[in-house]
Write a protein that binds this ligand. Sequence first.
Ligand SMILES: Nc1ncnc2c1ncn2[C@@H]1O[C@H](COP(=O)(O)OP(=O)(O)O)[C@@H](O)[C@H]1O
Ligand SMILES: [Mg+2]
Length: 237
Amino acid sequence: MSNILQVNNLTRQFKSGSKDLTVVDHISFSIQEGTSCAIVGPSGSGKTTLLGLCAGLDRPTSGNVVLNGIDIAPLSEDERATVRNEHVGFVFQSFQLVPTLTAIENVMVPLELRGQATKEVRKRALSLLEEVGLGDRHHHYPTQLSGGEQQRVAIARAFINEPKILFADEPTGNLDTETGTHIESLIFNLNQQEGTTLVLVTHDLELASRCERIIRLKNGKVDSDTKTSEEIKETVA
Ligand SMILES: Nc1ncnc2c1ncn2[C@@H]1O[C@H](COP(=O)(O)OP(=O)(O)O)[C@@H](O)[C@H]1O
Ligand SMILES: [Mg+2]
């Protein structure tokens, strides 16, 4: 199997007054196509920053990210947007829906960017909204939806371009247990049926234990990188 994601000596610093704050500190790992991986660690350990770098939303201070065979670090913003649109689904911790678009229009955005705003796409967007339990809310704007509902719209949007790799930051964090379990099965179905690689940031150890691998971050470094054995799954369950 080939690596869909390769992270080499990745570092991201932010200026904090006169000091440099190293949030992602020389991280290296690779992820095989079709697998699932959870990224866990305490709040502030760099999980969201790392995910953004892997998905090409942000640029590293040094090191590189090879996504589906393409080294994305040197690419321009427009070039990275094209790579994301073709290969990547992303569910943000803060949803990032377009406030002036309805739920269904938000779901259609990735394909509209490809110039594919057809009736077919609208149909598919509606069926994705139905799958996340929001078929009857498709004409609502983000402000008319609860946090959990916005999260579900964001998940439908991440699925519409049939991504090779799905990055999700706390995908079930804003959902009640029942909805969370349903979204979890949708995500893992995508992995099993379409072979979509999953990279999930989560606090939920039960969700993490469903992944084949758990990378634990601490202070911007990889603290542990383990295969989720049946034994660990049993302990968590
Ligand atoms: N744009 C930024 N500018 C300055 N500091 C940032 C920025 N983004 C994140 N940080 C800092 O980096 C650290 C890690 O943040 P983050 O990646 O969001 O952690 P996590 O997702 O694990 O909670 C935090 O201390 C945060 O304040
Ligand atoms: Mg975070």
